[in-house]
Design a protein around this ligand. Structure first.
Ligand SMILES: NC(=O)c1ccc[n+]([C@@H]2O[C@H](COP(=O)([O-])OP(=O)(O)OC[C@H]3O[C@@H](n4cnc5c(N)ncnc54)[C@H](OP(=O)(O)O)[C@@H]3O)[C@@H](O)[C@H]2O)c1
Length: 501
């Protein structure tokens, strides 16, 4: 059931940027089309350029035309465009925030509950909040004021804590909405529901029955033209630190007392804090890194395309050498009774043979091996591109002999007629509703950096050239060094059976 949303003004910093053009403006339009915006809700875009309201509305039209190539409803468009206003905030104008406060103060146009979306460079997050505070725009004495902070929240624990210290000079924790857009994905939200809304899973969800769990994010894409950004970041900080650890938290956390934001976040925090720190003295057995070399990847239409390697791409952009990983696989253990001794293998890689995000759970061997070669059960929760739940069970091959084969029970989560909602749409709605359950608490961010920082540091200090894997292939064989037992192996998207690669 749709929640009641207070009338509010969404103030969008960085509205002319890439994220806003591709996701935010089209997302707000779709929320309007779905009747999910309050009637008098307004959007104030803030940018450095001097633009009139008409010019900005023409810009928005361009964004929508590009996104919705099959057209859109004119009535919804008229309603949406009328919500949109623009404020020019040139850095050279010392009074620009004062002028913004004066504009927003016109209650005949702008509802006074204010949701700020900071879709700007991370170095600007704290500066903007300080300036908003300076003109009284985060004061909550009469209306609510919430600030959405884009990712990344820091680049390590000290920088995350420094950003937090800056923000909390002006904001309470309840005003800060730290985004991880993975948490807005319907298939990610379904992890918790699958676990707790079905009685058949929870009794098996522990070390007594589970052999190990794999959390995977593989991409066929390379780093593209983001070489400088990526080389300073790497797979661990780009994907693992937040998206994959958040996924792990949802898979492994204890059942929350209820579905309130506080209860859900309390269980996630407890889980993240109980992940055993990685032993950096034995890092080679717990983590594996590599870089993609030239190869051939599958493109959308199923055809192959020759691609260059990571180091060559860097050279093209003037970066001579690199120890940054485009492949990272890490083994983690959770120190609590439920998960005692169960390895969690978390991996992310670019330029793999397929793009897929999934959670694959392998169950322990059946107590009795009735026939030789009997496979262990797997449960896969596939996040993207296909949202599905897949269970693999052993079943008798009909006939005179007693032999089994693996059957796959494959249930698409998405059915015909279901809404397709982008994660940013869900998260912007949650921001306006005041529901932070799909946003990160600072304790989650800190726990994530605390886990990742020692690995990043140890890898930065190790100047051994990185293993090179051929673009378009599966995981490098050498990555299996992190497996706890010889019968463990990487799983891929939808393929059947437990055969090793
Ligand atoms: N793009 C994505 O898919 C994506 C995904 C995840 C996270 N993010 C995060 O979302 C935020 C925005 O990303 P984006 O890709 O939209 O960024 P972007 O296109 O580079 O820029 C966003 C806005 O920042 C302002 N800006 C750019 N350069 C500036 C400068 N030198 N000084 C002051 N302002 C400047 C511009 O607004 P005006 O010129 O109008 O002031 C621009 O519209 C970032 O924090 C990023 O890390 C983006």
């Amino acid at each position: 059931m749709a929640k009641q949303i207070d009338p509010c003004t969404l103030v969008l910093f960085g509205a002319s940027g890439n994220l806003s053009r591709i996701k935010l403006m089209p997302g707000l339009f779709r929320l309007d089309a779905a009747g999910r915006l309050a009637d008098d809700m307004k959007i104030l875009s803030v940018g450095r350029s001097e633009l009139s309201r008409d010019q900005w509305q023409a810009e928005i039209k361009g964004m929508l035309d590009k996104k919705f190539k099959d057209g859109y409803d004119q009535k919804v468009y008229d309603r949406f465009i009328a919500r949109n206003h623009y404020h020019s905030n040139p850095p050279t104008d010392a009074d620009s925030f004062q002028k913004m406060a004066a504009k927003l103060g016109d209650e005949s146009i702008f509802p006074q509950n204010l949701a700020y979306f900071l879709s700007v460079r991370p170095t600007d997050f704290a500066v903007i909040v300080e300036q908003l505070s300076g003109v009284g725009l985060v004061d909550e004495s009469k209306y609510w004021r919430r600030v959405l902070i884009e990712k990344p929240f820091g680049t390590d624990l000290p920088s995350a804590q420094a950003l937090q210290a800056e923000l909390t000079k002006y904001l309470k924790e309840s005003q800060i909405y730290r985004i991880d857009h993975y948490l807005g994905k319907s298939a990610v939200q379904n992890i918790m529901l699958t676990r707790f809304a079905n009685t058949m899973f929870e009794p098996l969800w522990n070390s007594e029955h589970i052999d190990h769990i794999q959390i995977t994010n593989n991409e066929t894409l390379g780093v593209g033209d983001r070489t400088t950004f990526y080389d300073a970041t790497g797979a661990l900080r780009d994907m693992f630190q937040s998206h994959l650890l958040q996924t792990l938290a949802l898979v492994a956390m204890e059942k929350p007392a209820d579905l309130t934001p506080d209860s859900i976040r309390a269980e996630k925090i407890k889980l993240l804090q109980s992940i055993r720190p990685v032993d950096t003295k034995n890092l080679n057995k717990q983590a594996f890194r590599a870089q993609y070399a030239a190869g051939r990847v599958c493109v959308g239409d199923g055809h192959g395309e020759n691609v260059t390697g990571y180091l060559e791409e860097l050279k093209r952009d003037g970066i001579e050498s690199s120890h940054t990983e485009t492949y990272a696989a890490v083994k983690l253990f959770i120190d609590n009774p439920r998960w005692k001794g169960v390895p969690f293998y978390v991996r992310t890689a670019k330029r793999m043979h397929e793009g897929n995000t999934a959670i694959s759970i392998r169950f322990k061997k059946a107590p009795m091996e009735l026939v030789a070669g009997q496979h262990q059960n797997w449960l896969t929760i596939n996040i993207q591109p296909r949202e599905c739940i897949k269970m693999e069970i052993e079943s008798k091959i009909p006939g005179l002999d007693v032999a089994t084969r693996t059957l796959s029970i494959d249930a698409p989560q998405r059915q015909q007629g279901d809404e397709t909602i982008d994660s940013y749409e869900t998260l912007m709605l949650n921001l306006m509703e005041g529901d932070p359950s799909q946003y990160l608490h600072i304790s989650e961010v800190e726990a994530q950096w605390r886990l990742v920082d020692p690995i990043v540091k140890a890898w930065a200090e190790d100047k051994t050239p990185l293993h090179q894997y051929t673009a378009g292939n599966r995981d490098p064989q050498e990555s299996s060094v992190i497996f706890e037992s010889q019968d463990q192996f990487w799983r891929y998207s939808i393929e059947l059976g437990g055969d090793k690669h």
